[in-house]
Design a binder for this molecule. Structure first.
Ligand SMILES: Cc1cc2nc3c(=O)[nH]c(=O)nc-3n(C[C@H](O)[C@H](O)[C@H](O)COP(=O)(O)OP(=O)(O)OC[C@H]3O[C@@H](n4cnc5c(N)ncnc54)[C@H](O)[C@@H]3O)c2cc1C
Length: 464
């Protein structure tokens, strides 16, 4: 059996940053990174390349899995702030998290990422407040899907000669006591022994990780789940915001239920895309920097937050059921509905969609979201769209398109001490898959932070 110093499970930005820091500070470490999906340049999604109109359930999802993780085809928005993007500040001082976000940004810049930043706007924040809307303030960098992808390739390439990267290999189990990682590659089973193990499995691996935690009696806390729609409209409607701050992130507390609904993940002149997480189809958004890839539409997520109390404690499964209902009634796809049709209580059909002034950028099935979305979430979405219409008139136009279902499920969070799993020395969990982060910048910062923690531990041990 091979023996190494550190095994990193998952080649998303958190795992890549952890590897980068470990090898930079201690070049003698033997590090193996195991990634379920393909190498970054081998990844592709047949929907994005236009080969198929809808998801064909590839063995590994090119959008979510593969080197560079879910970030590879993301819009490449880097939030240089702790105001949103994860929960690291529940565990670490604000200053520390921001410092690590800046360190991660410096690494991305060294691999070609832009240095340009959009700054917060008090003027727009005031406009929002006048309508009971709350805008979150942050410095934001926008790489764009294509420039982000190239930066990720360089980040991976910088590691290739220094660590062992195994792709198309899925970790099936971890023996935390004996530090043995079992994985399969090309249907063969392998084992590798290590001094330390870092779970960095992202959202695609969150089920595997939470099942593993349950089996190994590591207590888990479930985070919230956000359910809603992807809104698509003419880019001019939100131009006054995007010009100033690039990405509006606004939340609203509905009068009817007192629930929070958030507008975020804004893509100017972008595309709505379908994604597959563990066989459930949901929607998301992309935008490109290259002029020829831009569309006349912008899109954003509009999601209502749900936090369950006893006896139910499986918000992810709840969201999966809602999304599954959308897949079911769309015949194995996702739905699109005109806001006007939703308000009139009728489905959108192909004829009405063809005549719509906003043309969809994703081939989804014209239908009726009220048949799959719970009333409470739908009411929250309608009320929030109408509130947003006050600051960006046109948002609640009849021709605005709503795609469903979009979910952001945040992984269950394991009990840890300084991100080391309880009763499992030198086994760490980082990033989105462990429910600590929900953005590229915080996941990257988390990887660097935990790598530093482990390096300090090694240093202390060598002084003993
Ligand atoms: C379409 C899309 C757009 C996004 N846009 C943005 C954006 O613009 N800005 C932003 O801040 N965030 C964005 N996000 C979120 C961002 O991508 C994530 O927050 C970030 O990628 C989390 O990093 P991670 O390393 O924790 O996990 P991931 O990036 O998800 O990486 C985890 C990796 O682990 C692998 N893995 C899982 N299980 C196993 C296993 N058992 N064995 C081996 N490997 C395994 C997976 O294949 C995956 O490659 C977007 C997400 C998506 C899906």
């Amino acid at each position: 059996m091979d023996k190494v110093n550190v095994v990193i499970i998952g080649g998303g930005i958190s795992g890549l940053m952890a590897a980068t820091r470990l090898i930079e500070k201690q070049p003698t470490l033997k590090i193996t990174l195991i990634e379920k999906g393909h190498d970054i340049t081998q990844r592709n999604c047949p929907i994005i390349t236009g080969k198929v109109p809808s998801c064909i359930n590839c063995a590994t999802c090119g959008v979510m899995e593969g080197l560079a993780g879910a970030g590879a085809y993301s819009d490449g928005k880097y939030i240089i702030s702790t105001e949103y993007g994860g929960w690291l500040t529940d565990f670490l001082p604000n200053k520390t998290v921001l410092n690590y976000i800046e360190q991660a940004d410096a690494i991305m810049v060294s691999h070609g990422a832009t240095t340009e930043r959009y700054l917060p706007s008090n003027e727009l924040k005031t406009l929002c407040l006048q309508h009971d809307l709350h805008m979150q303030q942050a410095q934001v960098k926008h790489l764009g899907t294509d420039a982000n992808y190239l930066t990720m390739i360089k980040l991976v390439d910088a590691l290739r000669q220094k660590i062992t990267i195994i792709t198309d290999a899925e970790v099936k189990d971890v023996d935390a006591k004996n530090k043995i990682v079992s994985y399969t590659k090309s249907k063969n089973a392998y084992q590798i022994e290590s001094d330390a193990i870092i779970f960095a499995v992202g959202r695609a691996g969150s089920r595997f990780f939470s099942t593993w935690c349950a089996t190994n009696k590591i207590p888990l806390i479930n985070n919230q789940v956000d359910i809603g729609v992807r809104v698509e409209l003419p880019y001019e409607v939100w131009m006054h915001f995007s010009k100033l701050i690039y990405e509006p992130k606004i939340w609203y507390r509905s009068k009817k239920y007192g629930d929070i609904t958030r507008m975020f993940c804004f893509n100017e002149k972008g595309h709505v895309v379908m994604e597959n997480t563990n066989d459930i189809l949901t929607v998301n958004g992309h935008s490109f920097k290259e002029e020829h890839k831009k569309t006349p539409n912008s899109n954003f997520a509009l999601l209502a937050t749900i936090k369950f109390t006893t006896p139910f404690n499986d918000p992810i499964d709840y969201a999966r059921h809602v999304a599954h209902m959308g897949n079911l009634i769309s015949g194995g796809s996702v739905l699109v509905q005109r806001f006007g049709d939703l308000m009139q209580g009728r489905r959108t059909d192909e004829k009405r969609l063809a005549a719509n002034t906003v043309q969809p950028t994703l081939k989804a099935v014209a239908g009726d979201l009220s048949l799959c979305m719970p009333k409470r979430q739908l009411d929250n979405i309608i009320e929030t769209l109408q509130a947003l219409d006050e600051i960006a008139p046109g948002t609640a136009n009849a021709d605005t398109l709503l795609y469903g279902v979009e979910c952001k499920y945040y992984s269950a969070r394991p009990e840890t001490i300084d991100f080391e799993l309880v009763q499992s020395p030198n086994v760490y969990a980082i990033g989105d898959g462990a429910g600590f982060t929900r953005s590229l910048s915080q996941a990257a910062a988390h990887g660097l932070y935990v790598a530093d923690l482990y390096l300090n531990k090694l240093k202390e041990k060598s002084h003993d």
